[in-house]
Design a protein around this ligand. Sequence first.
Ligand code: URP
Ligand code: ZN
Ligand code: ZN
Length: 459
Amino acid sequence: MALLIKNGLIVEHDGRRKADIYCENETVTRIGENLDAPAGTKVIDAGDKYVFPGFIDPHVHIHLPFMGTFAKDNHDTGSKAALMGGTTMFIEMCCPNRGMDMLEGYEEWKSLAAGKASCDYAFHMAVAKWEDKTADQLDKVLADGTTSFKIFLAYKDFFGVYDDELFNVLTYAGKHGVTVAAHTENADLVSLMQQRLLAEGKTGSEWHEPSRPDFVEAAGVNHFATFLKLTGARGYVVHLSNAKALEAAITARKQGVQLGVEAVIPHLILDKSYAERPNFEGAKYVMSPPLRTTADRQALWSGLKSGLVDTVATDHAPFDFVEQKTMGKDDFTKIPNGIPAIEDRINLLYTYGVSRGDLSLERFVEVGSTNAAKWFGLYPQKGALRVGSDADIVVYDPKAKGTFSVKTQSMNIDYNGFEGMDRDGKPDVVTVRGNVQVENGEFVGKTGIGSFVTRSLAK
Ligand code: URP
Ligand code: ZN
Ligand code: ZN
């Protein structure tokens, strides 16, 4: 069905204009003033509202076997929660572990999402080891349109790679123009610190942050950048959490390394005092890298404003408090890592970045959508509202005030890490390739219409 969105303020990363937008056959076909539409067109009045390109979350975990359990969302619940929060596409970490065959893992992740996701999706292919067959397997993954990889320097012997393997992955990536996303914390140092703290009887969630200090993450960024420099690959640091790590990324860029920086919404909104909450409440806030200091949060916000930080993702990794986080009741190293946020990212970024901060609407769109599209070979199909772009559109109501709460969320999880915080706006209408999936803030769409998006190599 054709769709006409009238009277809104269209905001893209490079400007804004009051105009109507008309969509047909899944794409934007006309933008202009006082557009007319044939009979039968669905017309939405966006007066007093913003019209944004659909937001893209470049780092989520949906199917995630991890730390002896599974993340709670599936592609049905996770994608609907994403849509309720204005995210029309996510890039999921496809994470077969070291014991699995990579290509079988890739097919497994794809089959779990197909027909279940209600928003569009793609994958970063995690490479957890390097074997004789890996290059051939990666050729197949690339040919399938999955054009970015993920490596972990953390989580040794599970997702983590050794240095020679890192070198091989990056050499392959450099040769083929693939962007490699990296979790840079050093697995050995973290593990040694964990053992030291536990031996001292320090078992609570408040010890998670001290077990993985900011400078260890920063050293990891430097380590990754050193390998990028040698191999000529293009890198992207995921969930960079602190000022020292950001400084390391800036230094690498000055040396000519192509390096993207991703911040995630928990690191922007919360600080480590949350993970220090008594009575095991802090476990809700255990993620890696950990929540840091207020000064680190501020450094990330400054980096977002100045352009040093490229994207805002979630690292959505939902584990129930009652049944799952409690696995680490007597040992913080066993608390499943992750803070769910796929539904709340854009509303938090709008509330605390735009409404109560000094992020411009354009920059909000850039870090919430456009830059992810540019970094990962989707632009201007996604991340833009141009004639020819996918009709992924968010009509955003800046007057829809409320609070973040487990009571009102769609995420399949028994808590909300931002419980009780104010929200200053909310998506009113959300479309995926012209399909109205959310209207009046409710999911009204078709389940399972999300497409696997094949991507070009980013330029
Ligand atoms: O705490 C986190 N980040 N959990 C998900 C796995 C990862 O490291 O991204
Ligand atoms: Zn990670
Ligand atoms: Zn992650």
